[in-house]
Design a binder for this molecule. Structure first.
Ligand SMILES: Cc1cc2nc3c(=O)[nH]c(=O)nc-3n(C[C@H](O)[C@H](O)[C@H](O)COP(=O)(O)OP(=O)(O)OC[C@H]3O[C@@H](n4cnc5c(N)ncnc54)[C@H](O)[C@@H]3O)c2cc1C
Ligand code: SF4
Length: 477
């Protein structure tokens, strides 16, 4: 029988974790985490096959040069990876966190298509720019020369901010007007903090402010200042106001207490996370704690509401959607996250009415999918006689958003809108029917994505620069 090796006992001087001071522990954790994140980013980046047909890139609205920054990350050349990444994206660390990658870059990764699981492009993009901020590679906005021309931007969401960034770097004087008290638009008050940490957004706002962009906050255009006054002050104006009119519920009892709009619910939750005084939250009106919550809708806003309600300590959270899982508009990844967190999805259901002065229940009708409509989508049909009541003491309406009537609100008859109420704008420049007035983001596209708003803002800023240089932007037809 082979001789067993002698076991050696080595005395290790251990310091029990609880005896070490918190700072040292945090430092160790940060270091271990940084090493882990670095290894993970390298591992994922090296999975990219550099296929030569970068569908990921063509399906990214910004056409980010993904294969190149993955290759550089895999080689440990992170600063260069950052340079490539930021060349096409104003806010890469934001997109890395909240783009629906399964529908965009990652969903079209050839490795994913061949059944081996996508390269986690979004996570690597986030890692590169988070590291760039940490290492001081993110450069301040410092125009080489100041220009006299000024541009007014209405709306401090991602569309307006992306345009401001490009214009300011070119030395243009930029003023952004927003009705909220903080900039960022839906990045700040719509998207929940567990998906997009608010300090990440505030850091970008500060970068713009430090770079010379003037923010006029708490300023509702159409009320506090007229649109014409803004036009009179600037050489060009960009409308980036997003879409905020909530689609409403119908049926008896739909005005009951306890039935609230998704945007109000999410804004209250986000405000609370800033430490603001939010009476509607404190009174329980916009707080799901201990409640039976029913969210109506199947898009990403509905997913944000159900996941926020879970985090607020709701007793139960159900999501009613009139089609099935396969046909819902929200990201499948978000549904999976929500399910794992304890949300119950009740597919093929629609509200018919509500009981109680303060809502107590939702009268639910069961649906089935019928024949495809003109768009090829199966239309939901009511199954007669199958109604039932779902208990609820907080109902959140997340049925989507529509544009406000800007020509009427602002008294600008010349500003042409489409039949959906979105501003009519030329596809790439964002030029509207009014000379010198441009529009970008959701107010042009209807409710869309952050990455598209950034793309629009960047493209539009290019067109505005051309106009300021004497070129003429093509007007919307
Ligand atoms: C709850 C929710 C979650 C979402 N989650 C995601 C996600 O995970 N990923 C993703 O890619 N997209 C997501 N989206 C969509 C995304 O947030 C939008 O497509 C994007 O923010 C649009 O950018 P924008 O700049 O056009 O408008 P917004 O971000 O809406 O910004 C418009 C700004 O204009 C201001 N404004 C409006 N009217 C006036 C006025 N009259 N005077 C002054 N200021 C005005 C508003 O206060 C606001 O700050 C989500 C949307 C919602 C509602
Ligand atoms: S911007 Fe969005 S779609 Fe483009 S690479 Fe980044 S995560 Fe993917």
């Amino acid at each position: 029988m082979a001789e067993q090796p002698m076991l050696k006992f080595v005395k290790i001087d251990r310091v029990m974790p609880e005896k070490r001071d918190a700072e040292a522990r945090n430092h160790d954790f940060d270091e271990i985490y940084a090493e882990y994140a670095d290894a993970k980013a390298k591992e994922q980046s090296s999975r990219c096959s550099q296929c030569g047909v970068p569908y990921c890139q063509s399906h990214c609205p910004l056409h980010n040069n993904i294969p190149d920054w993955l290759r550089l990350t895999a080689m440990g050349r992170l600063e260069e990876a950052y340079e490539v990444s930021q060349a096409t994206n104003t806010f890469p660390e934001i997109c890395g966190r909240i783009c629906p990658q399964d529908r965009l870059c990652e969903g079209n990764c050839v490795i994913e298509q061949s059944g081996h699981g996508t390269v986690t492009i979004g996570a690597v993009e986030k890692y590169i720019t988070d590291t760039a901020w940490e290492k001081g590679w993110v450069k301040p906005i410092a125009p080489v020369a100041e220009r006299e021309e000024s541009v007014g931007i209405i709306g401090a969401g991602p569309g307006g901010l992306a345009a401001a960034d490009v214009l300011r770097r070119a030395g243009v004087q930029v003023t952004i007007y927003d009705r909220y008290d903080r900039s960022g638009g839906l990045l700040t008050y719509g998207i929940p903090g567990f998906k997009l940490e608010k300090d990440i957004v505030m850091r970008r706002n500060k970068q713009l402010e430090d770079g010379g962009v003037t923010f006029v906050l708490n300023c509702n255009v159409g009320e506090d200042i007229s649109f014409d006054a803004i036009r009179g002050k600037h050489d060009a104006v960009i409308i980036a106001t997003g879409v905020y009119k909530t689609r409403d519920l119908q049926g008896p009892g739909s005005g009951a207490e306890g039935i609230v709009r998704a945007i109000d619910y999410l804004t209250a939750s986000n405000r609370k996370s800033f430490g603001d005084d939010v009476p509607e939250f404190d009174s329980g009106e916009l707080n799901a704690q201990g409640k039976k919550v029913v969210v109506i809708g199947g898009g990403d806003t509905a997913m944000d509401c159900v996941r926020t309600a879970i985090r607020q300590g709701a007793e139960s959270v159900k999501c009613l959607y009139r089609r099935d899982k396969l046909n819902m508009p929200g990201s499948q990844r978000e549904v999976q996250n929500a399910e794992e967190e304890g949300v119950e999805f009740v597919w093929l259901t629609a509200p018919k009415g509500f009981s109680g002065d303060a809502v107590e229940g939702v009268m639910v009708q069961k649906m089935r999918l019928g024949v495809p409509d003109a768009t090829g989508r199966q239309a939901p049909e009511v199954i007669e006689g199958a109604d039932y009541v779902e208990d609820a003491d907080l109902v959140i309406k997340a049925l989507g958003f529509e544009p406000e009537d800007l020509p009427q609100l602002w008294g600008t008859e010349g500003l042409e809108v489409t039949r959906w109420g979105t501003v009519k704008a030329e596809f790439t420049s964002g030029a509207t029917s009014l000379p010198g007035v441009f529009a970008v983001g959701d107010i042009v596209r209807g409710a869309s994505l952050v990455v598209w708003a950034i793309r629009d803002g960047r493209d539009c800023a290019g067109a505005v620069l051309e106009q300021l240089a004497g070129g003429v932007a093509v007007a919307a037809e």
